[in-house]
Design a protein around this ligand. Structure first.
Ligand code: AMP
Ligand code: MG
Length: 318
């Protein structure tokens, strides 16, 4: 059922079942973070490998001490600046946090989401919620209740409808090594804005067989349709002449009769607006039964960097 009624969501969660919940980033597939039964259901329903840890969602910054220990001062300053909001901190875990959530690491990812309905729900619960994005593993994240329903239908008893996600991109994930901040995943807060508080970030190195963060897997956020990422859309469109082509463009349309469908992320070239529209545009193109999607690379600055990162992962072949 799709509803705005948080008491229905609470009822389901108390039975160790799952709900979908809105956040400002993307919709989450949520369960009781203190119930291994619920946590297992998240991995099963998403078909997510167990080596990919989940984020714990808490109702207020003060709850961080229930989840994490030995928290660096830098982390507290970031939490103070960006919570509630799209920043996830990876910190040393408290002993009682389930190994399923952390994929047996000694760290846990935690954030306070910034969505009225979900904060109201968390406030009524005496446990935090753990939630990855509400999509099958590897596919495009959902930014509306309808996207979630299209993926899972009746398999989720309650989809809390909080409208379209305000940010539309995952949270930025920051961890620490010897108190030095490290970027684990590009997200909806630009690196530049984090660095104003944290100082210079180093970027996490990773491999697909041992990813520190699932968001760092080389293929992720991917449409079913073959997708290319390019600096020169016209040239690639010409090369692929005769195919059913859809375009994913930053701000300007392309004049061409060959193109079946064009999505413009932000006519005014605004990165925040482009981020918000990205996944919905990818969902729409993916439903058009195209031969190929050609995506335009954005300038590599600010949220353009995050969007390029997601597009790169969308275009990698299996
Ligand atoms: P999702 O919400 O589907 O994007 O998945 C949760 C994200 O949390 C993953 O992409 C990981 O990057 C991140 N994550 C969770 N726990 C950890 C951890 N202990 N260390 C690093 N990243 C984590
Ligand atoms: Mg995800």
């Amino acid at each position: 059922m799709i509803t705005k009624d948080i008491s229905k969501a609470k009822e389901i969660l108390l039975k160790d079942e799952l709900i979908a919940m809105p956040t400002e980033t993307v919709y989450g597939l949520a369960g009781n973070a203190y119930s291994d039964i619920a946590i297992k259901k998240i991995f099963d329903l998403k078909n997510r490998p167990l080596y990919n840890p989940l984020i714990v969602h808490i109702k207020a910054a003060s709850s961080i001490f229930d989840i994490a220990s030995e928290i660096p001062e830098n982390a507290l300053m970031l939490a103070d600046k960006f919570w509630p909001g799209p920043l996830t901190l990876v910190l040393k875990k408290q002993n009682h946090i389930s190994d399923l959530i952390t994929a047996e690491k000694n760290t846990v990812a935690v954030r306070v989401p910034n969505h009225r309905l979900t904060l109201a729900l968390l406030d009524q619960l005496d446990f935090p919620l753990t939630a990855p994005s509400a999509n099958p593993f590897g596919s495009i994240s959902p930014t509306s209740a309808e996207h979630v329903f299209n993926y899972f239908g009746q398999k989720i008893d309650v989809i809390l409808d909080g409208g379209e996600c305000e940010k539309g991109l995952e949270s930025t994930i920051i961890g620490f090594e010897n108190n030095k901040p490290i970027l684990h995943r590009h997200g909806s807060i630009a690196m530049e804005d984090i660095e104003k508080i944290s100082g210079k970030l180093s970027i996490s190195t990773h491999s697909d067989t041992s990813p520190i963060s699932p968001g760092m897997l080389s293929r992720h956020y991917a449409p079913q349709t073959d997708t290319y990422l390019t600096n020169d859309v016209s040239k690639l469109t010409n090369l692929l002449k005769g195919k059913k082509i859809g375009l994913l463009l930053f701000k300007n349309k392309v004049q061409s009769d060959e193109i079946v469908s064009q999505e413009i992320l932000s006519k005014s070239g605004n990165y925040t607006e482009a981020a918000k529209n990205l996944y919905a545009a990818m969902h729409r193109l993916d439903q058009k039964k195209l031969d190929v999607i050609i995506a335009e690379r954005l300038p590599d600055e600010n949220l353009g960097k995050t969007i390029n990162d997601k597009l790169e992962r969308a275009t990698k072949k299996h």
